[in-house]
Design a protein around this ligand. Structure first.
Ligand SMILES: [Zn+2]
Length: 220
């Protein structure tokens, strides 16, 4: 098995609704949310970890293929010839893994344009690169806000864009076109579904723009 080349998928992710990928409270500043989003430790700007993109695409493709395990574990069949998921994303069991994972999901950083908008909002309104969304749960019997019901969560504001990239290792036994088709399928599913948390409550709807495979534009 010999590595032939690297292919590349690039594009822009646009948040169609507020996106929430949870961060750590360690970096919490006074006055911000109880539930901060993940941020770059130095710039403070939000980003989308490659692991979030990879995990979401993988689980959706597994759901579609009917191999998704309710236990939450990734496919660990290790049958690289038959299972494109194990081939592309890696085998879920380290003991059975015998080939290199083909897909490398890079962290998606805020685009230059979005960074400017976020910085302007910070300067003008003191917004800390995120919206703080208050939500309360309603007691169904009384119709009033439940006990301790108000919580706030940070979200990346709707309209924010991120540059994303997936690097694809192509070995001599691989079919690059097949890989591309699988990735297109995965990207489509991600648009239909959501990224991050609370998707069933409107968060995390995304759209892919400006997609290219090896610099050739394509659409979903
Ligand atoms: Zn598998």
């Amino acid at each position: 098995m010999k590595l032939n080349s690297y292919s590349k998928v690039t594009g822009v992710i646009r948040c169609e609704t507020g996106l929430r990928i949870g961060g750590s409270k360690d970096s919490l500043e006074i006055g911000t949310s109880d539930n901060p989003i993940i941020r770059h430790p130095i710039s403070g700007l939000p980003y989308i970890p490659g692991s979030s993109l990879k995990g979401k695409m993988r689980s959706l493709l597994e759901v579609k293929a009917g191999t998704f395990s309710q236990r939450g574990g990734a496919c660990d069949c290790g049958k690289y010839d038959e299972c494109e998921i194990c081939r592309l994303f890696g085998c879920g069991s380290p003991q059975k893994a015998k080939e290199m994972t083909r897909l490398i999901f890079r962290d998606a950083m805020v685009t230059k344009v979005a960074e400017e908008i976020l910085r302007d909002a910070q300067a003008e309104k003191g917004v800390n690169f995120a919206e703080v969304k208050n939500e309360n749960w309603i007691d169904r019997t009384t119709g009033k806000a439940g006990n301790g019901g108000i919580r706030n969560q940070e979200r990346v504001p709707e309209g924010t864009t991120f540059d994303f990239e997936i690097s694809v290792r192509v070995f001599d036994c691989d079919n690059k076109e097949q890989f591309k088709n699988k990735l297109v399928e995965g990207l489509k599913l991600m648009e239909c579904d959501y990224l991050g948390s609370s998707g069933s409550r409107g968060y995390g709807q995304i759209k892919f723009l400006d997609l290219k495979f090896d610099n050739q534009p394509f659409t979903l």
